[in-house]
Each structure stands twice: as structure tokens, then as C-alpha cells.
Design a protein around this ligand. Structure first.
Ligand SMILES: *Cc1c(COP(=O)(O)O)cnc(C)c1O
Length: 330
């Protein structure tokens, strides 16, 4: 697949590590667990949105934009990283924050919210959960245009056919690292949220004819709505590469969301504590903690054999961990 045909900025020096986790593997007694450290990507605090932004911001610059507008939840990692990219590029950045949990926005909150202020966000609009976020961002864009600016809107999570290319690139990076380590990968496990990570990895591993399954653990929706979302994004991304992506390659796992997006589960707490106590790697409660609880669940159900190699993609999020410390004190 030729990714060099798309404009791209670079926000990470080299590759993120692909590491074996011996103590965690031993503790769980299942397959060998490897981790792709995308929590160590570039831009403030790291995390998966950095890869998507390499392609999205390049597209914005190609269109002459001077302002980025995006949206997310009140502790959005994606908003933090979009703002970080804007800082580096000398662009302005406006955020639309959705109160998915009623009353959850607090201008003085820590975590990512603090970083919005620290990095000098141009403006924040808070809207109630379930609002039409594209409409809210279009309104901000109209204001920017009225003031003579040239806005570029990035959808929630950066998950469209432009941003998702970042995770097609990640799949190729993992394949190159596995080749160097003479590692045979049996399965890749990632978060399935707004979808770009899951869809991009699926396109990358499928498009390189590897036969390696990519399993997405849902962190907000049931399979009935998550699978079509992933398929739509994967299909649109593959089309830009001249490929026809097969729906059967979309694999989602439900059952680990608990009461709702960003709300704690006891499995998530166990997962975050286990990763911290065996490997000193920090997960987050909203995404990677629930995703890892899903992987633990699959291992306990006997979905993998001893000796198989599973790659867990760490998509970041630890800057929000401190905001949620009450989840770990029950
Ligand atoms: C956004 C995010 C995800 C989900 O990735 P999508 O591409 O939106 O599905 C996973 N982990 C972290 C830490 C995130 O911020």
C-alpha cells in the first residue's frame, strides 16, 4: 500500500516501541502479551490521535487553514492532542465539548481539561450530551470565517478516511517491527471507540495480506452500532488506497462498557491495577483500561492458546488518569 501519496506531518521521532510483557504474561497464564506503546507517541501527553493528526493537519495546511476546530468529551484526549498539534503548527484551535455525562464539565477540572487552558485554547463551547456536534462545530467555523479566518473541522476522534490513514501506517509499523524481531503475531487487540484506530489497523493488516485478525473492544457502543461504524470508516479508508474492504474482517467485542462511556467497571479497575503492578505501564479508565479488561476476559474464556502472540495496542490516555482517581478508591 502506498501511503506516501498522502500529505503527512511528522509528530513522532521514529517508531513507538513494540515490547514483550513477561510479568503480565505469566500472571495471566495465557498467550504471550506484547504491547504497542502508542501512549509514547509525540505531541503533549501522547496517544493515538497523534497518528491521525499527522494526516489531518497536513490536509488542513494544504487547504490553507489557520484554525482547527474539533470536538470530544469533557476530558477528551483527542481535543488535547488537536490543540497540541495546533500549537506546534502555529494554528488557532477551538473545541466543542460534549457533556456525555450530565454536569460533567468543570472549567477547573484537572487532567486534559487543565491542559486545554495550559496550551492556550482559543475557545471552548460546551454542549449537552446527544447534541449535533457537527452543527455546533459549523457554528464555530462560521464565527471564525466572519473574523477573516480559515477554519478546518476535524470530526470527533479524528476518525474519517483522512485521519484513519494514521492507523493503516501503524499496522505497517507493527509489521516491520515484528519482522525485525522474528515475531509471528496471532492477533491484534485495540480499543474500538470513534473507530479510526480499529478501522485503520483492520485495513492495514488486511491490506498487507497478513491474515492477522484485529479485534476491537467496544468502549461505548454495542456491536449492533459499533460494527457498521467500523466497516464504514474502513471501507472509505481502503477506497482511498484503491481497495475494497470486506465487512467480515470487522471484529468487535461487546460486554466491557459497563454502565456507559467513561463510567467505571470493576473489571476496568482490575485491568488498570494489574498493568500498573506487573509492568509499571499506566492505562486510563475510559479507553485502554476497559480495552485491557476485554483482553483479560478473552484470555479467561480460553480464546487464545499458550505460546500465541497477542499485540495489545496502548492508545494512550494516561493524562486523564489523575482526573479519575476516585474510581480506584472504592
Ligand atoms: C480516542 C481514544 C481511543 C479510541 O480510539 P478511536 O480511534 O476513537 O476508536 C482509545 N484510547 C484513547 C486513550 C483515546 O484517547
Amino acid at each position: 500500500m502506498n501511503l506516501s501519496q498522502f500529505p503527512r506531518r511528522r509528530y513522532t521521532e521514529g517508531q513507538t516501541p513494540l515490547e514483550f510483557l513477561p510479568r503480565l504474561t505469566q500472571e495471566l497464564g495465557g498467550p504471550n502479551i506484547w504491547i504497542k506503546r502508542d501512549d509514547l507517541l509525540g505531541l503533549a501527553g501522547g496517544g493515538n490521535k497523534t497518528r491521525k493528526l499527522e494526516f489531518l493537519v497536513a490536509d488542513a495546511l494544504a487547504q490553507g487553514a489557520d484554525t482547527l476546530i474539533t470536538c470530544g468529551a469533557v476530558q477528551s484526549n483527542h481535543c488535547r492532542l488537536t490543540l497540541a498539534a495546533a500549537c506546534k503548527e502555529g494554528l488557532r484551535c477551538y473545541l466543542v465539548l460534549e457533556e456525555r455525562v450530565p454536569g460533567s464539565y468543570n472549567a477547573k477540572a484537572s487532567g486534559n481539561n487543565f491542559l486545554f487552558q495550559l496550551m492556550g485554547v482559543a475557545g471552548i463551547t460546551v454542549v449537552p450530551g446527544g447534541s449535533d456536534l457537527m452543527e455546533a462545530m459549523e457554528k464555530v467555523a462560521a464565527d471564525v470565517r466572519n473574523q477573516g479566518g480559515n477554519p478546518y473541522i476535524i470530526p470527533g476522534g479524528g476518525s474519517n478516511a483522512v485521519g484513519t490513514m494514521g492507523y493503516v501506517a501503524c499496522a505497517e509499523e507493527i509489521l516491520a517491527q515484528a519482522f525485525d524481531k522474528e515475531l509471528t503475531i496471532d492477533c491484534v487487540v485495540c480499543t474500538s471507540g470513534s473507530g479510526g484506530t480499529h478501522a485503520g489497523l483492520a485495513v492495514g493488516f488486511w491490506g498487507n495480506n497478513t491474515g492477522i485478525p484485529v479485534v476491537g473492544i467496544n468502549i461505548s457502543r454495542p456491536n449492533a452500532t459499533q460494527r457498521p461504524l467500523i466497516y464504514k470508516d474502513a471501507k472509505a479508508t481502503a477506497e482511498r488506497l484503491g481497495l475494497d474492504f470486506p465487512e467480515e474482517f470487522v471484529e468487535c467485542v461487546e460486554g466491557y462498557v459497563g454502565p456507559g462511556y467513561s463510567l467505571p467497571t470493576k473489571e476496568m479497575v482490575e485491568a488498570v491495577e494489574l498493568m500498573a503492578r506487573t509492568e509499571a505501564i499506566l492505562l486510563d479508565p475510559v479507553y485502554t483500561g476497559k480495552t485491557f479488561s476485554g483482553l483479560i476476559g478473552l484470555i479467561r474464556q480460553g480464546q487464545f492458546k499458550k505460546g500465541q502472540n497477542v499485540v495489545f495496542v496502548h492508545t494512550g490516555g494516561s493524562p486523564a488518569l489523575y482526573h479519575y482517581k476516585d474510581y480506584f478508591e472504592q
